[in-house]
Design a protein around this ligand. Structure first.
Ligand SMILES: [Zn+2]
Length: 193
């Protein structure tokens, strides 16, 4: 998938709403939960939750066919992506089990893109399995490509958002300037005064 900037609107239980550019489709899935350190932050409980998220993600896949079994399959792929992201951000190789899960999901035929009225859409009746394939293929490109070294966790201590830094200088530290970046700046300013 083309690396392009695209903001996902995150609505936290705390009431916080902010735009977050994960830099990659596969990393956007990590915003839906599955963090061992933060149990209870699951956003994908039902097929409708998953269908809604696929439409909001940078895939912009509206009206996907989602069955009940697709929800646990998504959780499995997400767990593998968490394992992969945690490994590369701590300088370790991606665990074999995560590699196997990602490759298995990528083996499904991905969604068929359709050009309609000057915009990219997707063929009708695209299934969640195909969407997971697109996410897994994105992960293969990301973790197996030059930007793997640019995958980072937000530098704020209490923030677990993971992104790939696509900026030319490669110095992105925060999930979003509006959120963690400004907080850190304020702390620095207060520290000086
Ligand atoms: Zn952050």
């Amino acid at each position: 998938m083309v690396r392009e900037s695209s903001e996902l609107i995150l609505r936290w239980d705390s009431g916080a709403v902010f735009g977050f550019d994960a830099g990659a489709l596969c990393l956007e899935l990590l915003t839906t939960g599955g963090v061992a350190a933060h149990p209870g932050t699951e956003a994908l409980h039902t097929p409708a939750d998953l269908a809604g998220w696929l439409a909001e993600s940078r895939l912009r896949l509206a009206g996907a066919r989602v069955a009940a079994v697709d929800v646990p399959a998504t959780h499995r792929l997400r767990a593998a992506l968490w394992a992969a992201a945690t490994a590369v951000t701590t300088g370790r190789p991606v665990p074999e089990a995560a590699v196997a899960t990602i490759n298995e999901a990528a083996a499904t035929t991905p969604p068929t893109p359709v050009l309609a009225a000057g915009r990219r859409t997707w063929a009708e009746a695209t299934t969640a399995g195909q969407a997971l394939s697109a996410i897994a293929r994105d992960a293969v490109e990301l973790f197996g490509g030059p930007y793997a070294a640019r995958i980072r966790e937000c530098a704020a201590a209490n923030c677990l958002l993971v992104f790939v830094d696509l900026s030319r200088p490669g110095q992105r530290r925060w999930c979003s300037m509006e959120r963690c970046g400004n907080r850190a700046k304020q702390r620095t300013r207060h520290g000086r005064s």
